[in-house]
Design a protein around this ligand. Structure first.
Ligand SMILES: [Zn+2]
Ligand SMILES: [Zn+2]
Length: 97
């Protein structure tokens, strides 16, 4: 076993609706700060929540960049999740315009 290294983890969330990247350091936000779309996706077919998936990228040995994107397909029934009802996008989030 190696000694525990300090790893700089950087987490980015990519909005599945507008594609904006949101950098987060602590608790990930639930909604895109750019368009207000929810990061969580629910399958309309089996009504299960589809977890986000992430890709890791290591610029250096000690730096990890993790980019989360909303699932494009339901992990349970494989239904496509790309088509979302626009009515679900709440405009009354904490976004100042
Ligand atoms: Zn967005
Ligand atoms: Zn499903």
């Amino acid at each position: 076993m190696k000694e525990k290294r300090k790893i700089n983890l950087r987490v980015d969330l990519q909005c599945g609706t507008c594609g904006a990247l949101t950098h987060t350091e602590e608790t990930p936000p639930k909604f895109c700060s750019c368009c207000g779309a929810s990061y969580a996706r629910y399958c309309l077919n089996c009504t299960k929540k589809a977890a986000m998936f992430f890709e890791e990228y290591w610029p250096t040995e000690d730096d990890c960049v993790r980019t989360y994107t909303p699932a494009k397909r339901c992990p349970s029934c494989n239904a496509g999740l790309e088509v979302e009802s626009r009515d679900d996008v709440k405009k009354d989030s904490h976004y100042e315009h």
